[in-house]
Design a protein around this ligand. Structure first.
Ligand code: S3P
Length: 181
């Protein structure tokens, strides 16, 4: 994380599992900081004019990951500092992890217990990776990915049993001058 007090105005990148609250926290954080918010899933949908589910179904996960990486790269290169929400699988790609490490963005992991994710994602039909047995998929993916989230994160925020405003307060407190503008 960029640290010095003069080093202000970096992108804030939110990573974490599906259901960890990246979209709602990202929107609230952007409002708080007076910034724009971007979201890699939304960027993929704009670029392809298809839903995430349709991109998975018609082009496969590998192509989705390629597009996601390209669009994250573009978002990180935007001059005006913003808030960037990443799809939960961004960290599965070594190239994306390297990109985040090389950037001067502040990366925040919204960490949730699997039980929290399971409860929040109940009935959410828009995640192709959760087709079949969503609870098993969430537990497996959360376990596999935890080391990657930890690797890219400058700051880890536990989100279980907490509201959006409280989470935003913690992010603002802990990222401090690097994002204050
Ligand atoms: C995915 C997470 C989704 C979306 C796609 C794959 C994943 O984004 O990118 O369904 O691999 O975890 P959210 O984390 O915003 O739900």
């Amino acid at each position: 994380m960029p640290g010095s007090e003069t080093d202000a105005g970096h992108h804030v990148v939110l990573v974490g599992m599906m259901g960890s609250g990246k979209t709602s926290v990202g929107e609230a954080l952007a409002r708080r900081l007076g910034r724009d918010v971007a979201d890699t899933d939304h960027l993929v949908e704009l670029a392809t004019k298809k839903t995430v589910r349709a991109v998975f179904a018609e082009h496969g996960e590998a192509e989705f990951r390629r597009l996601e990486g390209v669009l994250l790269h573009h978002a990180l290169r935007t001059a005006e500092p913003g808030v960037i929400g990443c799809g939960g699988g961004v960290v599965t790609q070594a190239g994306n992890r390297a990109m985040l490490a090389a950037s001067d963005a502040v990366v925040v992991w919204l960490r949730a217990r699997p039980e929290t994710l399971v409860a929040r994602l109940e009935g959410a039909g828009d995640r192709p990776l959760l087709d079949g047995d969503p609870e098993a998929a969430i537990r497996r993916l959360a376990g596999e990915r935890a080391p990657w989230y930890a690797e890219v994160a400058d700051v880890t925020v536990d989100v279980d049993d907490r509201g959006v405003d409280e989470i935003v307060d913690e992010i603002v407190d802990r990222t401090g001058e690097a994002v204050a503008r």
